[in-house]
Design a binder for this molecule. Sequence first.
Ligand code: FAD
Length: 584
Amino acid sequence: MGRKKMKVLIIGGVATGPKAAARLRRLNPEAEVTIIEKGKILSYAGCGMPYYVSGDVDDCRSLSATAAGVLRDSVFFRNVKNVKVLDRTLARSIDRKNKTVEMVNVETGESSTLPYDKLVLATGGEPVTLPIKGVGLNNVFRLWQPEDAIAMREVVAAGNPETAVIIGGGLIGFEMAEALTRWGVHVTVVEMMPHILPGLFDEEVAAYLTRYIHSQGVDIMVGSRVTEIFGNDEGNVTKVITAGAEIPSDIVLIAIGVRPNTKLAREAGLGIGKTGGIAVNEYLQTSDPDIYAGGDCVENVHLLTAEKVFVPLGSTANKHGRIIANNIMGYKEKFKGILGTGVVKVFDYNVGKTGLTESQAREASFDVVTTLCPATDNAHYYPTHKAVLLKLIADRKTKKILGLQAVGLGETVKRVDVIATALTFGAAIDDLPALDLGYAPPYSTAVDISAHAANILRNKIEGIAKAITPMEVKDKIDRGEDFIWLDVRTPAEYKKERIEDPRIKLIPLGMLRQRLSELPRDKEIITFCKLSLRGYEAQTILDGEGYGDVKFMDGGLDAWPYGVAGDAAFKPTPEESSIRQRAA
Ligand SMILES: Cc1cc2nc3c(=O)[nH]c(=O)nc-3n(C[C@H](O)[C@H](O)[C@H](O)COP(=O)(O)OP(=O)(O)OC[C@H]3O[C@@H](n4cnc5c(N)ncnc54)[C@H](O)[C@@H]3O)c2cc1C
């Protein structure tokens, strides 16, 4: 520890690399620290690129500047950090026996070799390519480096594009759908999977978000695979072809994922994990103890399943950089793993997830119990309150929390972070309502909605609340089953928004006890209201009156993704109504 003379070589100069370099320098003023980076722009916030394209960020250089506005270029690293940067330099091979790295300057072609005591691989990932015709046409983009963002903004700012197709309905796809819509471009997002953001959301939460994105003028095609991109004689893109459609398109963005960049590690004989990322131990050491690796080039351990996963995120890359430096300097620190926490702004919706989705939890063989909880993010009487939908997932046997999905205009990210913290410390659902969370009407509700969702789950596990999900109700309808679908809202609410189905019966909650004679005792009854608070109340009333088969519909009308009728109704798009059919 301390002032050991040592040579540390870092390959990769964006997030993990510079983070490790800066920490190393702070811990050891004597170390010789060198970053090798094949690109020209260093230490940039790739996460900010969609906001440069949208116009929220004026100057792309601010993405690689300090908060004080100083550009983090090689001069900055030399003068301020005493870190040498070899930019425009490609590391070509690692000689582990002699502990050297062979590199080439990509501008001059000059080769050289540098020795190391410790080597850090921060080589990141690379965008997954689409092996189809037309990807080389003009105005077909990927958003990977600042140069891509600059080129894309130039095209949209020139004002010519009217239409865009984004291939890939993931985080970057939807950040960019917003960015392009802001320039007046009509966007269609094409997603191969049965619903959008498949890594973050289960079907019903994705459907809720899909409805909102449609309302912002964006078309979404799920379960669709792009087969070809067409261009004109000038080589400019004109349309995108899927199995069932031709979509006019002046620009195309391919955002179909990232794979780890492991070429150097592989060729040097380092261990590669089953996800394809570099295998590292909890100290972020590769199979060679003098070579560390972190960021998008490595695989991580999922804290809930103990499985190896590849989840490339800047949040993790920065943690890795610091921990690698600590370990190199002898301050032993473990990186225990990740929860797959991800948040994203989609127009005005705050969108996020932590832990496992329901389908991931089932795949991992948990005994899953879930709740869909529509709510307002702060006191319903305070003027800034906004709607959110939470889906909380737990294990019925151990009562351990497994995950949260949260979307809406209201503050969801705080709830995602509360649950991420709870998950990190292995909390059970009983722990959530006991948390001493802050409350004042402009910020939350007296029982925070994360705790409220946990209470519903506790009620379900105890058998007090008997629920059925909207998906299960839809399956029953599709199977033609007979049941009473009891809407316990007021007639005024019914007029405004309603499900139109012959099984529906409207009895407002306040009249329920008086009108029991209208409800047969030998039929299944499914109750609901707007959020299903009254729906749950109705279920307990009917239970108390001796009705044998009563459940409430989880999440109520607000979480029903299949379209409603009425004065203030949302109309389901063909994609929404076909989500389930395509999934099947
Ligand atoms: C548009 C966009 C939005 C994003 N938004 C978010 C977000 O909101 N939140 C979030 O957490 N994450 C986000 N990310 C992900 C985040 O940017 C990455 O996880 C992060 O940059 C990874 O850092 P890294 O240092 O591991 O790798 P990278 O950033 O990929 O950097 C690796 C560097 O290594 C260099 N390199 C590779 N091989 C060599 C070699 N042989 N020789 C020399 N140099 C080499 C590459 O040129 C590259 O510059 C986003 C990414 C993109 C593209």
